[in-house]
Write a protein that binds this ligand. Structure first.
Ligand code: HPA
Length: 271
């Protein structure tokens, strides 16, 4: 695996992706506003990157952008891979490993999630403080390559406390409501039944989604500090559940993107 990772990394370096400091993974409905804030130096289609999986989800663009934001070199991945698309856990997390080999020092993630906390509303943002992994496989399953990380990575603080403190301070300054809570990762692609939302809430999760956790596990394995923000796109109250509307989820994600972009641009400035 390490040879493939190195080939992909070498290809991107050849395309001009040099010494990035920060990596950003943009999730559902997020992306264009962030990319507009970037002085883009290089754009690479995923399909041109050796060993990269192909993006199959329509709302995801499938492009890597390299450029400068607030004087910092940033690589942004617009479009991520999900386990439900049929890829292996190793495939969906491969971009994170490549970003680390390219030299990033921090990884910023985002996603869309269903909200189960009745004190919060759809359209709001939540800083992920911790997670519960209910996906049926793990990107670290199989022989461990010590060059990448240790066999039993610590998960006592999977989301970097310093990055989270910075984000909370920025949100306060900018008067952006930033909730804080627990994300539970499920496989999908179907949404949950009422009984499943009730269960997920009862085991201690605030929001539910189908991504991010495998990427965060791999980042922790490589000792890459990361943070993640969820856009709460739909209300998942088991006692008052409405049929899901994917178009609405994407619309809400687009509106909340303004605040999320501001938080991450400001964070990048402070790193
Ligand atoms: N469940 C799982 N994933 C999601 C949801 C949800 O309700 N909303 C957005 N992503």
């Amino acid at each position: 695996m390490i040879e493939q990772l190195q080939e992909t990394t070498d290809y991107l370096i050849k395309r001009g992706v040099k010494d990035p400091q920060i990596g950003v993974i943009l999730g559902t409905g997020l992306g264009s506003q962030f990319i507009e804030k970037m002085e883009v130096l290089v754009t690479v289609d995923y399909e041109d990157i050796p060993h990269f999986p192909e993006a199959t989800v329509l709302s995801h663009e499938g492009k890597l952008f390299y450029g400068v934001i607030n004087g910092k070199k940033v690589v942004a991945l617009s479009g991520r891979f999900h386990f439900y698309e049929g890829y292996s856990m190793q495939q969906i997390t491969m971009p994170v490993r490549v970003l680390k080999l390219l030299g990033i020092k921090q990884l910023l993630l985002s996603n869309a999630a269903g909200n189960m906390n009745l004190n919060w509303k759809k359209g709001e943002l939540m800083l992920i403080d911790d997670h519960i992994n209910l996906q049926p496989d793990n990107p670290l399953r199989g022989p461990n390559d010590e060059k990448l990380g240790s066999r039993f990575p610590d998960m006592s603080a999977p989301y970097d406390l310093k990055l989270n403190d910075k984000l909370k301070a920025i949100a306060k300054d900018r008067k952006i409501a930033l909730r804080e809570g627990v994300y539970v990762a499920v496989m999908g692609p179907n949404l949950e039944t009422r009984a499943e939302y009730r269960f997920l809430k009862n085991i201690g999760a605030d929001v539910v989604g189908m991504s991010t956790v495998p990427e965060v596990i791999v980042a922790n394995h490589m000792e890459l500090p990361c943070c993640a923000i969820s856009i709460l796109t739909d209300d998942c109250d088991p006692d008052n559940l409405k049929p899901v509307n994917i178009a609405e989820i994407i619309e809400i994600a687009g509106k909340a993107e303004v605040d999320l972009t501001e938080l991450y641009i400001d964070l990048i400035h402070k790193l």
